[in-house]
Design a protein around this ligand. Structure first.
Ligand code: CUA
Length: 188
């Protein structure tokens, strides 16, 4: 008599349990919908990324992606910016020269179609889209060489589209970058 539920009460117990679970699931769904509404309103008011655009038709004539401005440059705050341009089927410069232990900002865009930009053994992985400037910040701790393949199908030459990244000692990099020189390791 002291054990279990009296016969006939089973249905009521099951009903109560189902009701508790329904409340819990309902609360989870309400929370998720609330979160979606909150995030859409919040992000519409404050977009998480600053979208920068550029005219792919004129980027080789004027602005920051002219050929003389591509490659790596030392900034006055001690960081390094590297600018890269992708087009079928190469990257310019074809070899990026970067320092160890320095905040690096990559700025890239595409002149024709969508290309992929990734650096092996690093967290760098972005898309280069015509009309937009892709921004990525990273840091390389060790000197070395990495491959930088295009990872977005961009036409018949896609498989052959890749570049290299060479990480050198910070002091040597800064010595070469003195005076605002644009650096790369591409063979001229
Ligand atoms: Cu460029 Cu694939």
């Amino acid at each position: 008599m002291a054990h279990g539920h009296p016969a006939g009460n089973g249905a009521a117990v099951a009903h109560a349990a189902e009701y508790r679970w329904a409340l819990l699931v309902g609360a989870i769904i309400a929370f998720l919908i609330g979160m979606m509404i909150y995030m859409s309103v919040h992000w519409a008011a404050m977009p998480p990324v600053r979208t920068e655009t550029i005219d792919p038709g004129t980027l080789h004539i004027s602005g920051e992606f002219i050929e003389a401005n591509l490659g790596s440059v030392a900034e006055s705050d001690g960081s390094v910016t590297v600018r890269v341009l992708a087009n079928q089927y190469s990257f310019t410069p074809s070899c990026l020269l970067l320092p160890t232990g320095t905040p690096v900002r990559i700025r890239g865009t595409a002149a024709d179609v969508v290309h992929g930009f990734s650096i092996a053994q690093s967290n760098v992985n972005v898309m280069l889209v015509p009309g937009y400037i892709s921004n990525f910040q990273t840091k390389f701790e060790k000197p070395g060489e990495h491959v930088m393949p295009c990872h977005e199908y961009c036409g018949v030459g896609h498989a052959a589209m890749w570049a290299r990244v060479k990480i050198i000692d910070k002091a040597e990099f800064m010595r070469q970058a003195a005076g605002g020189r644009r650096l790369s390791c591409a063979e001229q």
